[in-house]
Design a protein around this ligand. Sequence first.
Ligand code: ZN
Length: 697
Amino acid sequence: MKKLLIMLLIASIGAVSCNKETCENPFYCDWDTPFEVPPFDLIKFEHFKPAYLKGMEEQMAEVNTIINNTEEPTFDNTIRAMQFTGQLLEKVQRAMGPLSGANTNDSIQALQRDMSPLFSKHRDDISLNEKLFERVKSVYENRDKFNLTPEESKLLEDEYLGFIRSGIGLSPEDKDKLRQLNSEQSLLSLKFGQNLLAETNGFTLVIDNEQDLSGLPEGVRAQAAAAAKAKDMEGKWLFTLQNPSYIPFMTYADNRELREKIFRGYMMRGNNGNENDNNQILADIIRLRVEKAKLLGYESHADYVLERNMAKEPETVLNFLAQIWEAALPVAKAEAAAQQELIDREGGKFKLEPWDWFYYTEKIRKEKYDLSDEETKPYFSAKNVTDGMFYVANRLYGLEFSERNDIPLYHPDVKTFEVKRAGKHVGILMIDYHPRASKRGGAWCSGIRPQRLDEKGKFVTPLVSMVTNFTPPSGDTPSLLTPDEASTLFHEFGHALHNLLSNTEYTSGVSRDFVELPSQIMEHWVFEPEVLKVYAKHYQTGDVIPDALIEKIEKAGKFNAGFTTVEYLAASSLDMEYHSLTEPTEINIGEFEKNAMDKYGLIKEIIPRYRSTYFNHIIGGYSAGYYSYIWCEQLDADAFKAFKETGDIFNSEVAARFENEILARKGSKDELEMWIAFRGREPGIEALLENRGFLNK
Ligand SMILES: [Zn+2]
């Protein structure tokens, strides 16, 4: 039902006329800002709640008008009409979206908590509405009569399937059963997450002997000392299982016993036989998911999930993962052998174990590449990297970006660009670079206003925002990015381009195993020498990045790829194995995981990136979906190869095809069909293997 919900929330903008009195609330008025950007300067906190309530009421009335229409259900009077309900609600959401993620406060958070149950009731009132479903079903069954465009057919099918998947077609008893299964699952999922948090916070490694810090960089020691002090243990050093503490310890600590200790703490989370144990909880969740899938008429939970993805079937995913596994495992084994060789060379009389991997990898990396972020950073100021990505978008798609200072902002730090092509307005891009207390962590891109046609068929231009948390400028030094951050900026910009170049009639969601294609493909340009020479200039001297440094960045990128691939694939395969079960049986998690990993031949020096009892992705939205990242990489590597094959990474014909067949279509067409229209054949894994350095070994 997600798709319908998205559509309900993202109705087109429409002119809401009103008189002066009601205009005291900007949500009830036309927005005369440039490009109808939300008037953030006029919108006050107290405007939200009444507008939300009125917005829901209005949408419900609009839905009822559709339901009570006495004419025979048609595409236009039902499916199309649904797309234009809830315009006020969407308008409110357009202003709230950026605020809640990137400029929140206690009142906004409290409002969201208050509104959450009302929203979910509102959504259920529509998505579980029997009368509405009757009309949708009638349109679906008579679809041949309506002379639909391909996009309309896809929209109709998505809507219809959304209802079916929510269980609307079940008998009353089965509906009760489904509700029961859903509520049991959500309770168990909540408990799984809480247990994981308690287990992660419950383990600490306290060091009181300075010698045990041997190998750790000064910054890591200082952080650990501060953490100890905060817990009234001044003079000691405290390490935790949070990545910023755990990873440096595993990477640099010379003390092997302590590495083993913290590693065991990490890999046993949720598996300690205490009150936070997740074994039974996971087993129950998996059993309930099979029951639910069966009830809705699917073979397995994976079948249920994959129906809406590009991969379509569990078999396809399992075969795909197995092929990469076959290529990656020998590389990982060779990496292990190189580490054992170093251990022996240093006179260590022990066999390599999982808690040695980070440590010896780092030693080898230093020996081979000696590349530090400090060396590259001066060439990657946020400003230069931004210019670089604009340059790439210009060469590929002819887009031009100019900064605007007359557009209302949700926070003064945001930079706003107008995007044009051949002098014609394309959309608005907002970029919000640096962390602050009111912003959540990570990096993301959202379509504040998606492109589509409005009720009168007028083209609605997109309004897109990119949010990151990069190191801010300090004193005379501008914001300087690590290679990872530069890559992240290009990645989010790829999502932005997907929104900016969308050219569809309606708005529809993109599958999880396809949505990272437009973003990940942009990462291929960031370190291309031809592109680096345009933007990677020293922030003080203006010198272009030296060739030797470009070469080091490229080589270091493929280092340790055997390990990163194998640990990721192990977790992905485990996810697929659990969710391909076709009978609701009681499983023993420990045994299941061990058998699955033995079947694949995982080597003992590597454990899955997530072991079962702390694999939170598969509890949340990534069940039978953790494979998506590498699935999309297959696509982005193969798509980038289409450029490379022509000898020109900016080849205009390939770029036009990528824009027209992939970016412009958004979620309006079957993903495999889009892909074939672009590439002329099904995707292959060779480019991915090459990308990770697994070919020509
Ligand atoms: Zn992404």
